[in-house]
Design a protein around this ligand. Structure first.
Ligand SMILES: C[S@@+](CC[C@H](N)C(=O)[O-])C[C@H]1O[C@@H](n2cnc3c(N)ncnc32)[C@H](O)[C@@H]1O
Length: 239
């Protein structure tokens, strides 16, 4: 059994599963899946670890791409759903910070899960240790200026114009965010915190992109252009 660490994930699991559906929520469907698939397909990856895999959607995508995948997540109800949808898959209950895995993965993925990890330094050290020499760490995360604007996000200024306010950017802190019946704790951290911890592991940055929506409501596309939600980074462990 996982302990309930009070981050909201156990209580939000049912709503999260509904929100993801078969094809993922808006961000995954219309912004992230295409560039993330482009990073995993046809590159010879044979063994992947998905850290914070949730209900396992990206594990299933990697399995379909022929990559033998292990998913790890601390939320029982999400892992149960992952096993239900992929009974032959390898899903393990655990936290990134304390996971016990071998160091032979070609590919380690964090798909919007770094923001959920309370001890980022320990989590990144474990992810780096899970990679074989020459292996790839693929991360998609919320941008730090986006998390610095939460939980209020978009608000109206005195003239009724929508604005996104950022404050206390340099102060690392937990933030509670709610949408669609989900209420979870995320962490805001400055971008330099992430970059420094990854560099301290000796990893080398190979890719940094800020993907934009390719479909959906034009107003939503415009809002992503004003305040991008996501970035994708790829880091490599030296061979
Ligand atoms: C935003 S969800 C992303 C799930 C999945 N990667 C996806 O994209 O659908 C964040 C996930 O991180 C998990 N999580 C929370 N704390 C964690 C930790 N310390 N280590 C690993 N995963 C964690 C949650 O249980 C949740 O499944």
């Amino acid at each position: 059994m996982s302990e309930d660490v009070g981050d909201g994930w156990s209580a939000s699991a049912a709503a999260w599963i509904v929100e993801q559906g078969e094809d993922g929520d808006y961000g995954r469907r219309c912004v992230l899946d295409a560039p993330m698939r482009a990073r995993i397909e046809g590159r010879g990856f044979r063994r992947a670890l998905d850290v914070g895999c949730g209900e396992g959607r990206f594990c299933r995508i990697m399995q379909r791409a022929g990559i033998r995948t292990t998913g790890i997540d601390p939320t029982d109800a999400l892992l149960a759903r992952a096993k239900e949808l992929d009974p032959d898959g390898d899903y393990r209950l655990g936290r990134a910070e304390t996971m016990e895995v071998d160091g032979n993965f070609d590919l380690v993925v964090s798909y919007l899960s770094l923001i959920d990890m309370p001890d980022l330094a320990a989590a990144i050290a474990k992810m780096a240790a899970a990679l074989r020499p020459g292996g790839t760490l693929l991360i998609v995360n919320l941008t730090s200026f986006n998390t610095a604007g939460q939980p209020d996000g978009w608000t109206r200024d005195g003239e009724g114009v929508a604005r996104f306010s950022i404050d206390h950017y340099m102060d690392e802190r937990p933030i509670w965010v709610s949408w669609s019946g989900i209420r979870v704790q995320n962490w805001h951290r400055p971008l330099s915190t992430y970059m420094t911890l990854l560099l301290d592991q000796g990893l080398q940055l190979r890719l940094f992109v800020e993907p934009q929506p390719t479909a959906g409501d034009p107003a939503r596309i415009a809002s992503h252009r004003r305040v991008p939600y996501f970035h994708i980074m790829e880091w490599q462990k030296p061979a």
